[in-house]
Write a protein that binds this ligand. Structure first.
Ligand code: ATP
Ligand code: MG
Ligand code: MG
Ligand code: MG
Length: 562
């Protein structure tokens, strides 16, 4: 590609609304432009990198046994109604009407579409397992689109779906995908961790996120300093149920709780911020009462709970109901409005929240009539929500450290949620009809591109790893007006191209300083500069990330690059 003939608009100044390095550098180096909030155009170099990342993803998916297909972004309301997600997905789902006033969604994800296809086409265990994927544009009306490609409203995702005749078969495919994901991110050069994740919103259980370690990451991960153990601290794998057993639980007795922490201990343990944000709420989910520790936005809460319980109806319990179940101390909280995320209920989580919220309660007697074993179930997994830096790692190896992470991938055992809702079944070897078991696996392709820039840049610009660089070589002439330089430049451009080396040729009649600055900004791994010694056939060969440079005769170039 010749720089004089492409669209590669570099910027000297840092764009005002770009807060993080990847956003700034991708704009400045001319890879992307914003078209609307959270909506980006990929310019020629941006598209090149995107394709490289996509190609790595494709190779690894194919290797794992998945087959590529392509599904529509435009999806009819009927499919989304089948799973209940038309009502449950919330405002992130982009919705529109056609000219006949029929409703559609723009695909935020494709479980509905793929499940409808597979249910119609596959009916025998002999055709299972089946793994399918696509690389496609996704739409999510994010509340806060930001950080450029990291959180867009239109973005590129690889989404894969697997269909099985047993949970064991799902486990096998999940393991393959997990492996493939590691390969993808390793090949992209990324420093990442696979972490245990929150399965709250989708109703499944086993799930991992792939997190690129970065200060600008929006997730916090807790990892062991000596083992592979790592978890997203936002994980909420199990919401324990507070099940009303009999009338005796209406009595407002005090129940002793010997492991009770004091308010101060709780605040110290959780950290002030966390303690402030937490709220305990009693929800009525269909016929059950569930005590939930929550933060933030109520709408999301309802959706998560609905999905988790596969419930038709979720509402906050009234103050009376709450009181009758837990007692006056807790009930005095009343139904509190807003919360963002459904958090876990573990034994001590409940105690903490009750303590934090009801300072008036007496220490040691907060579980008024709510006995953990008798009245609600506990999953100790959930304790992770309250893990702290310096704690022993739950796997017994090493000490917990915290880091910020960018979620670039997510693998998920969906189980039978979608298959049940949409009637995806198969006949087993006895001719009996069973519900399929599913997994889903996403990679944020455009987010990965930005995450690479977060990890690969210096003060001058981007330093692309070879595997995803838009070109391998940046060829430039110091003075394109000089015949010898231009001639050697043109000649090398052809030689390199013919040798199969991807080369960007800066043939512009710009000042050398401008060309070097642009070249550093763009960040192609190798730079060949044709300058003073052009007539003798000597060029300068420079490595972008190390800064190492040597003089070489042009005849040695191909060998050097191979
Ligand atoms: P996040 O927690 O960042 O909102 P998510 O958990 O909602 O992401 P998934 O539903 O797991 O996202 O989608 C699969 C992948 O798609 C994510 O792991 C991420 O890499 C990517 N992705 C999700 N939302 C966005 C977005 N708004 N912009 C860019 N990539 C995204
Ligand atoms: Mg999201
Ligand atoms: Mg997430
Ligand atoms: Mg996710």
């Amino acid at each position: 590609m010749k720089q004089s003939q492409t669209l590669l608009p570099t910027l000297k100044e840092v764009p005002a609304d770009a807060d993080i390095k990847s956003h700034q550098l991708l704009l400045r180096a001319g890879f992307i432009r914003q078209t609307a909030s959270g909506v980006y155009s990929f310019l020629p170099l941006g598209k090149k990198v995107l394709r490289k990342v996509e190609e790595i993803v494709r190779e690894e998916m194919d290797q794992a046994g998945a087959n590529e297909m392509f599904m529509p972004a435009l999806q009819p309301v009927e499919l989304w109604k089948e799973t209940g997600r038309w009502d449950n997905f919330g405002p992130e789902l982009m919705r529109l009407h056609d000219r006949h006033n029929r409703e559609f969604a723009l695909g935020a994800t494709h479980e509905e579409v793929i499940t409808s296809i597979v249910r119609d086409e596959i009916n025998s265990y002999k055709k299972l397992p089946l793994m399918l994927y696509q690389i496609q544009t996704k739409f999510r009306d994010e509340k806060r689109p930001r950080f450029g490609l990291l959180r867009g409203r239109e973005f590129i995702m690889k989404d894969a779906y697997s269909f099985h005749d047993s949970f064991e078969s799902l486990d096998e495919s999940y393991a393959k995908m997990y492996q493939a994901y590691g390969n993808v991110f390793r090949r992209c050069g990324l420093n990442f961790r696979a972490v245990i994740a929150d399965s709250g919103a989708m109703g499944g259980k086993d799930t991992h996120e792939f997190m690129v370690l970065s200060e600008v990451g929006e997730d916090t991960i807790a990892y062991s300093d000596t083992s592979d153990y790592a978890a997203n601290i936002e994980m909420a794998p199990v919401i324990s149920e507070y099940v009303k057993k009999d009338d005796s639980s209406k009595a407002l007795e005090k129940v002793e709780t010997p492991n009770q922490k004091t308010m101060q201990e709780v605040a110290d343990y959780l950290g002030h911020e966390l303690a402030e944000g937490l709220k305990s709420l009693m929800f009525k989910i269909d016929e059950k009462f569930v005590l939930v520790i929550t933060r933030g936005d109520h709408e999301v809460n309802d959706i998560k709970l609905k999905n988790y319980y596969n419930a038709d109806h979720v509402e906050l319990a009234t103050e009376e109901e709450t009181k009758s179940l837990i007692g006056a101390g807790f009930g005095s909280l009343g139904p509190i409005g807003v919360s963002d995320q459904v958090e876990v209920i573990a034994d001590h989580a409940v105690k903490f929240a009750v303590n934090v919220s009801c300072g008036a309660n007496e220490d040691g007697y907060h579980y008024v009539n709510a006995n953990p074993d008798r009245d609600f179930t506990i999953d100790t997994y959930a304790d992770l929500r309250f893990i702290k830096e310096g704690d022993p790692s739950p796997d017994g190896n090493g000490t917990i450290k915290f880091a910020k992470g960018i979620e670039v991938g997510h693998v998920f055992k969906l189980g039978q949620f979608y298959a049940k809702k949409m009637g995806a079944s198969y006949l087993d070897d006895q001719g009996k009809s069973n519900t399929m078991v599913m997994g889903c696996y996403g990679i944020g392709v455009s987010r990965t591109l930005a995450a690479i820039v977060e990890q690969f840049h210096d003060e001058k610009g981007i330093t692309w790893p070879q595997a995803v660089a838009p070109f391998h070589v940046h060829l430039l002439t110091i003075n394109a007006k000089k015949d010898d330089q231009r001639e050697l430049g043109d000649q090398l451009y052809e030689i390199l191209k013919n040798a199969g080396i991807e080369v960007l040729y800066d043939d512009r009649k710009e000042r050398a300083g401008v060309k070097f600055a642009d070249s550093d900004l763009i960040g192609i791994p190798y730079r060949i500069t044709v300058g003073k010694r052009a007539e003798e056939g000597y060029v300068e060969f420079k490595h972008r990330s190390t800064g190492e440079q040597i003089e070489l005769h042009q005849s040695e170039l191909i060998k050097k690059l191979n």
